[in-house]
Design a protein. Structure first.
Length: 517
């Protein structure tokens, strides 16, 4: 209808303008145009020049065509009920079909209200951070928060998993999400739901969306029941978010855990399980994920700046030959006053490359005083100790000097761990030590191990503590006994001995660890 009216008006203006250009006055131009369009005709055609006659003929033909089309549109509108309820419905559907980049909430019942509340929660960060290039913006919203309008993304990270398997493309996504999180953390907001389906691609740029579970600063909580049963998506949510109390106290480290799991998902294609870090294959990203997904939030990078520094350090280090990097870190770690960073990086490198025989036997075994660093991260220490034990059958066969050095290194680790109360980690150390002894039967480390164990006394017998065996220690002690003549009749045979040396581990669930020789 509007189109037909506009066409008629345009035709009328064009006719009047044309006759005016031909030299006719305005009243004459209007009269001649109307007469021509209505096919009535007018007298005085002899006053028209050749150009005027051609213009009049063209105007008449076009006028007839427009009138016929207008009548057709009017008839269609009347027949189809355009002016009634059906017509309004058709107009609304047409407008919906032409919408782009909109969310529509139909009905405002119980479910609709819940959706609107989530949009409302998302709207505050979305509007305040809307100008940020990596945050999904809120374009418009109702005053009563019944609806919000946000752009329609081209894809989610899930849709682009194949591309994200490329470390370069993954780095672009990580940088974008980290940038969005850093901006939110400046306002003391914690997203708490970082996962692939909430990372959207808009105008070829990754955007972080769905701020419905954001943890706001103290005093700004809109829904106290939101964290009653914990928050976040299983597998991507940090362990502390499953605790209703700790979920509201979550900090940037919780978002960093989720981002670490996203990296693991991108490089493995597997869905993560709750509270289990999803580690990618060996490489620079593996160490990044290891650090970002520590179960203890205090062991993760504490802010986005620290996380990005870790990413930069590891991805830059990947361009350095592993053997060269390992030797450099060893030299720095064994230098007094170098701090914890070199030894931490070396142990992280070892944990990320458990099959690297050279790294373990020729570099890590040269690390002075490994105990403190092993104690700081028990999960990493267990992985390193298990890997060290697995290299006892290395090919080529290690030299006697290397065997002694590795076993004494493991003994030093066991000594240090023995003071922590961590029986599981102590078991890993002694198992690795004894597996090397069983494979190589070296006298020097055997004597050192036996000497250490014979100096230990615990409280299991006297205090009624529960004793647990220390795996594998018996054989090296028996071999040391035989070699030094500790058989019947020898002076050492009559030394006061209990059924086995006992190691008291402070703070452990067991009162002590008993070794049976």
């Amino acid at each position: 209808m509007l189109l037909a009216a506009f066409a008629l008006l345009a035709l009328l203006v064009a006719g009047v303008g044309g006759y005016a250009l031909l030299g006719f006055s305005l009243p004459d131009a209007v009269y001649m145009t109307v007469m021509t369009l209505t096919t009535e005709g007018f007298s005085g055609a002899d006053r028209l020049t050749e150009a005027g006659k051609l213009f009049t003929a063209a105007l008449a033909v076009v006028g007839v065509a427009v009138f016929v089309a207008a009548l057709g549109l009017i008839g269609t509108a009347l027949v189809e009920g355009r002016f009634g309820p059906a017509g309004r419905k058709r107009r609304m559907q047409h407008r919906i079909d032409t919408l782009r980049d909109h969310f529509i909430v139909c009905a405002y019942g119980r479910v609709g209200q819940a959706v609107a509340r989530e949009f409302e929660a998302e709207g505050v960060p979305g509007r305040r951070l809307g100008s940020h290039p990596h945050v999904m913006p809120v374009l418009d919203a109702a005053a009563d928060h019944r609806w919000f309008i946000m752009p329609l993304a081209e894809a989610t990270a899930e849709d682009r998993w194949v591309e994200l398997h490329d470390p370069t493309q993954l780095g672009v996504l990580v940088d974008a999400v980290a940038s969005a999180l850093a901006a939110a953390h400046e306002y003391d907001w914690v997203h708490r739901d970082v996962k692939p389906s909430n990372i959207l691609l808009l105008n070829w740029s990754w955007r972080l969306a769905d701020w419905g579970l954001v943890r706001r600063p103290r005093g700004e909580t809109t829904n106290p029941d939101r964290t009653r049963f914990g928050v976040g998506s299983p597998g991507f949510a940090a362990p502390e978010l499953s605790n209703p109390t700790r979920a509201h106290d979550a900090g940037p480290a919780s978002d960093i855990y989720g981002l670490g799991q996203v990296i693991g998902w991108a490089l493995t294609g597997e869905e993560p399980h709750a509270n289990i870090p999803l580690l990618p294959p060996p490489g620079p990203w593996r160490h990044i994920v290891q650090q970002a997904t520590q179960l203890n939030p205090g062991h993760r990078p504490q802010n986005i700046a620290a996380f990005l520094a870790l990413v930069e350090r590891e991805t830059a280090a990947s361009r350095e030959l592993p053997a060269v990097r390992a030797q450099r870190l060893l030299a720095e770690a064994n230098t007094k006053g170098s701090g914890q960073r070199p030894v931490e990086e070396l142990l992280d490198m070892a944990a990320a490359n458990p099959a690297d025989t050279h790294l373990y036997l020729e570099v890590l075994s040269e690390l002075n005083s490994p105990g403190p660093a092993l104690r700081r991260n028990p999960r990493r220490a267990a992985a390193v100790l298990q890997a060290m034990g697995s290299h006892r059958h290395a090919d080529p066969w290690p030299s006697f000097a290397t065997i002694d050095r590795v076993m004494l290194w493991l003994l030093e680790a066991a000594r240090a761990i023995g003071n922590t109360g961590d029986l599981g980690l102590l078991s890993e150390a002694t198992t690795a030590l004894c597996s090397w002894d069983e494979a190589h039967d070296q006298w020097t480390p055997q004597d050192a191990t036996a000497k250490w164990l014979r100096t230990l006394r615990g409280t299991a017998a006297a205090g009624g503590g529960r004793a647990a065996p220390l795996p594998g220690i018996g054989p090296p002690l028996r071999r040391a006994d035989r070699r030094h003549g500790r058989g019947p009749g020898s002076p050492l045979h009559h030394l006061p001995r209990r059924p086995g040396p006992e190691l008291s581990v402070p703070g452990s669930r067991h009162g002590s660890v008993t070794t049976h020789c």
